[in-house]
Write a protein that binds this ligand. Structure first.
Ligand SMILES: [Zn+2]
Length: 345
């Protein structure tokens, strides 16, 4: 089968690799129909965080059709269309039962030594606990709907996790740091949770347009000290709920700085480097969040997508074929695309 393989900085290739096959009785074999390229895939692409290892398989966002299941799979059968969260999990352990599937005692991540999502097929371990079956009536030939559903594999749930972790609720004010796909989904999530005012910190016109469509009421294009001062001015000293959606030290320090004393920062960006905690300490700020247990959120978000209550599809503003995946990476790396959808089959 063909799949995306990491070869080095800005060097990803589509190659013939061994076919995905069932190995454990709890596995399912999924033929990938749609995959996405993630902002966090850009870390290895830029030669920074090698999350996929040398010559590792790439991609952790995919959906598709079940081709085969192992003898112990109970809830899925061949022909089912499924969404895969970006981590696999058993769904029954202490952590999965508490909605923290990313800490599953048996869980793990796609890609590297496992099949990656940016390929023709994936062996899905712990299939019953991991994969979410789409209702039969869902029409995936509706491209907009299929695109919206594809965001549930990661970014939509990750933006939601930032909002939930920030503690935003009806009538509140939220600040969103970062106008990438996760930040934009953070705006959508804060709006869905009833925020009255949503201030987005970002400066790319096309992305800010999407933010406004998702419910942003104010935008702050300034960065650094200027941006912090502007947000404090708009909020009378900082917001009680802040969503950190990038992960860089600068973004995290900005998120903390625009937070009100005793406020909460919901952080979901991959923290590539350590940050100082003095400001957190001095102003009793709560840092909450981390890697998003999107498996826990898929059912409620899928319901809202299917009911048309939310439409996250605008964050996937570029579509490529499997062979064009390298161009999909380059477009995101050069900010010509917010996020790339891969139409595999
Ligand atoms: Zn578990």
């Amino acid at each position: 089968m063909r799949a995306t393989v990491f070869h080095g900085t800005r060097d990803v290739r589509i190659e013939e690799v061994p076919d995905a096959t069932l190995r454990e009785p709890t596995d399912a074999l999924v033929r990938v129909t749609h995959a996405c390229i993630c902002g966090s895939d850009l870390w290895p692409y830029r030669g920074e965080l090698l999350i996929y290892g040398e010559n590792g398989r790439m991609g952790h966002e995919f959906m598709g059709v079940v081709e085969a299941v192992g003898a112990e799979v109970r809830t899925l059968s061949p022909g089912d269309r499924v969404i895969a969260p970006f981590a696999f999990s058993d769904g029954v352990c202490e952590y999965c039962s508490a909605g923290l599937h990313t800490s599953c005692v048996q869980g793990g991540y796609w890609g590297a030594a496992n099949d990656g999502g940016q390929g023709e097929a994936v062996r899905a371990p712990l299939a019953d606990g991991t994969l979410v079956k789409l209702p039969d009536e869902v029409d995936l030939s509706d491209t907009r709907l299929a695109t919206a559903i594809a965001t549930l594999t990661d970014v939509c749930g990750t933006g939601h996790h930032a909002a939930v972790s920030s503690g935003i609720g009806p009538g509140g004010t939220a600040v969103v740091v970062g106008d990438g796909a996760v930040g934009l989904c953070g705006v959508l999530a804060a709006s869905r949770l009833g925020a009255d005012r949503i201030i987005i910190m970002g400066r790319h016109d096309a992305r800010l347009d999407v933010a406004r469509r998702f419910g942003a009421t104010d935008e702050v294009r300034e960065r650094g000290e200027e941006g912090i001062a502007r947000v404090r001015e708009l909020t009378g000293g900082g917001a009680a709920h802040v969503l950190e959606c990038v992960g860089t030290p600068q973004a995290t320090e900005t998120a903390i700085a625009v937070c009100r004393p005793r406020g909460t920062v919901g952080h979901v960006g991959v923290p590539a480097e350590p940050i100082g905690l003095m400001d957190v300490y001095n102003r009793n700020i709560t840092l909450r969040g981390g890697v998003a247990p999107v498996r826990a959120y898929i059912p409620e978000l899928l319901e809202d997508v299917l009911a048309g209550r939310i439409d996250p599809s605008p964050v996937l503003d570029m579509t490529v074929s499997l062979d064009e995946v390298p161009e999909g990476y380059a477009a995101m790396d050069e900010r010509r695309a917010i996020k790339t959808l891969v139409a595999v089959s």
